[in-house]
Design a protein around this ligand. Structure first.
Ligand code: FE2
Length: 363
């Protein structure tokens, strides 16, 4: 059963932040994104400053409202710096908007044609979980720097790309009892399917627990795990997110690399902070995942995690939150055949951490 439109991937991710000018510097110097386009007072935008940064196929837009009366301030007050819009690249924004609104999606913006000297873009938006939205972006041979209304802007510093290629997946955290409802909403409204993997089960240790359902569109260009907290002895990391984000929202964005050792070496040299992995994780790694191409000392030095499924293996690691609230963070991922999301790592990582705690007599 074909849909009357296609999603070809993620077009951009928009974050609302307190100070887009400074955040843009962070993404350039730490993550190797290049500043490409800008919209703000100087371009006639009286509402907000917007910086579009790009690395290969990944576009991040940073938006800050100018005036106290802007409705964007409420997003900042509730959520802090965070993801407002996960936009999908489509061949027909109007057809996508009509399809999903007919199935109950709430419209944020009706299909709108934007034009400038570089061509034409059709864009529409709908509401999803919490204050998050999805825009549908149809680029009809548009050859400007980003979208109509934006002007080209170049990085003032020499940016070194770190080899991040595209958005592999993005994860939505939900409060208690909302995960299944949200998954069913994507099934019903978008016609997406559950991407059955081992991840689609409990990920739990005695102390830390979460549940996750992975949704994907028909061509699997968009993959979206949906998490919810599960009861454990301590506060779930998902529950912590929901408290600090004032509800559901995007927890992490996974960015693909073809060489995770080189990418993470560079990111770490740039000052990116990653979750620390106890040495004990590597003691049992080969036993758990079998033969891998990488040198285990490189993985241990950088804290790279490995997981295997029936199709192959993957390498991944997670940054610390990129703002003061313990909310949004990034994942760097390299797939060598594996289609999962690192379920074995959650368990192994949590258990390693707990073993360390036990050694210190704190468990
Ligand atoms: Fe992930």
């Amino acid at each position: 059963m074909g849909l009357p439109f296609s999603f070809m991937g993620t077009d951009y991710i928009r974050l609302i932040v307190g100070n887009a000018k400074q955040a843009a510097h962070f993404y350039q110097t730490q993550y190797g994104f290049e500043l490409k386009a800008y919209s703000g007072l100087e371009t006639g935008n009286r509402e907000s400053a917007n910086y579009m940064l790009q690395q290969n196929k990944i576009r991040i837009v940073l938006t800050t409202p100018y005036l106290a009366g802007s409705p964007l301030n409420e997003h900042l007050r509730l959520h802090g710096d965070g993801v407002k819009d996960v936009a999908f690249w489509t061949d027909d924004a109007r057809a996508a908007w009509e399809y999903v609104t007919a199935r109950g999606a709430v419209s944020v913006q009706e299909p709108t044609v934007l034009e400038d000297d570089f061509g034409r873009v059709v864009i529409a938006s709908i509401q999803t979980y919490g204050d998050t939205i999805h825009s549908f972006v149809q680029r009809d041979r548009y050859n400007g720097p980003f979208l109509p209304g934006y002007v080209e802007k170049k990085s003032a510093i020499a940016v070194q790309p770190v080899g991040l290629n595209f958005v592999d997946h993005f994860v939505g955290n939900q409060p208690e009892n909302q995960m299944t409802k949200i998954a069913e909403w994507y099934e019903h409204v978008f016609g997406w399917e559950r991407f059955w993997t081992v991840d689609d089960k409990d990920v739990a240790t005695e102390y830390t627990s979460l549940r996750s359902i992975v949704m994907t569109n028909d061509n699997k260009r968009i993959k979206m795990p949906i998490n919810r907290p599960a009861a454990g002895l301590r506060k779930s990391q998902i529950q912590e997110f929901v408290e600090y984000y004032s509800g559901p929202g995007v927890q992490h964005i996974a960015l693909d690399t073809a060489d995770i050792i080189a990418t993470v070496d560079q990111l770490a040299a740039n000052g990116v902070e990653f979750l620390e992995v106890p040495q004990s994780y590597y003691d049992e790694l080969l036993e758990r995942v079998g033969d891998i191409d990488e040198d285990i000392s490189d993985l241990a030095r950088l804290g790279v995690l490995v997981d295997r499924d029936e199709f192959g293996y993957l390498l991944q690691l997670f940054t610390k939150p990129v703002q003061d609230r313990p909310t949004l963070f990034y994942e760097v991922i390299q797939r060598k055949g594996a289609e999962g999301f690192g379920k074995g790592n959650f368990k192994a990582l949590f258990e390693s951490i707990e073993r360390e705690q036990q050694r210190r007599g704190n468990l």
